[in-house]
Design a protein around this ligand. Sequence first.
Ligand SMILES: [Zn+2]
Ligand SMILES: [Zn+2]
Length: 455
Amino acid sequence: MVIKSDESVDALVTSPCSDGGVSNVVGAENKDPVENGKEQKCVNGGMDICSQDESNLVKYGELIILGYNGHLANGDRGRRRSKFVLYKRNSPNGVKRSRHYVVRTPTSTQAILNSDQHSISYTMSRNQAVIVEYTHDENTDMFQIGRSSESPIDFVVLDTIAGDKNKTDNKVLASTISRFACRILCDRNNPSIARIYAAGFDSSKNIFLGEKGTKWETGLDMDGLTTNGVLIMHPSGYFSDGNATPGIWREVSIGGAIYSLRISRSAPVKGSAVEGVNNILQDGTLIDLCGATLLWRTAEGLKKSPTKEYLEELVDQLNANRPVCPVGLNTLVIPRRSGLDCNQQQPYVYLSCGHVQGHHDWGLNKESNFRTCPMCLKVGRAVKLCMGIEPAFYVDCGPPIFFAFDPCGHMATEKTVKYWAQVSIPHGTNGFEAFCPFCATLLEGHPGYVRLIFN
Ligand SMILES: [Zn+2]
Ligand SMILES: [Zn+2]
């Protein structure tokens, strides 16, 4: 599988060029997209909603990046955060397809030059391009997602780094996420309908598909794919009922059509058209941007999900039962979040058996770092237990929370842990892997989780 990480060879480029699409913006996006270091709590397309009563807002849904347990490692800032709430805008900003035509020089075409006009340019050859014009649509709100910090991007998403995010040096050298990766159009008249499309409009309100980009005619229309593509997976069943099962990964086109996966992520030939599946996001739909995976939760589905406060209460209840280390006989306290310094009360789970204990050196093999469990004598690793506190990843409300992912030790309800252990998620060039939604650590062994046994 070839994943292009250098956008100088990105077939989807974001400003006009006449040579078939290899131009501009090389590395221009490596700066931190957060210009001001100030923390803003909730920003929606530039609108600060903190000053407003949330109950007065119509909520379409939430996008949550897999791999974060409630916030980014260095804190949420502005448009760069671990989750993004989509609210109905004060005035519609959606666009819809209107006319299209063939031009010889897209760079000098009025629709491209006009920065108030949304358009998509499909470069067919050196001297031919199809321009599809888009007009204002008062019935939809548009939200754009990508790596760019430019203003058309509502939700800035950078590549996810799995595991220990407390390291300060966690810069991704080669990003595979497109600067203008995808767009979501929400129906203002029916807020339960949100549709996803590959590619986003840049600051000039253009999308450029270069000569090498995958594109085709559909009747009288044009459509295409972005370089690394936008993959989606609708679960079957209802996510928030806890009984959903993972569905099949497919690719969504620039025009919002659904195709089977390409032979490899950035292969030039598109998959085959899939009937009976559409680009309307469902509760629990996963969106893979090649470098980060987003979970879509509908406003309806979230109503059935636990709140952060409820999850914290579950932790408090567990701690109120005063679990004890069978070796040190000291009381254990489960932290609500990781990153706290190791203390005597921190519980550890033995991954081979599930026994929960405090920190001690009994049974430690210093060479392998494996431990023999003093309760059952099974040998394996012991890791810190920590609560999965991002509520959107839960498929039910439990309780109890007696399960943890192997090997990271994030705790959640049984159904939640078992659901995510079944979900294969695109992972770099290695195909598909199951990982912990709270930290993006790849699950190990089988089944990839452990039932906790408290003393
Ligand atoms: Zn044991
Ligand atoms: Zn984890």
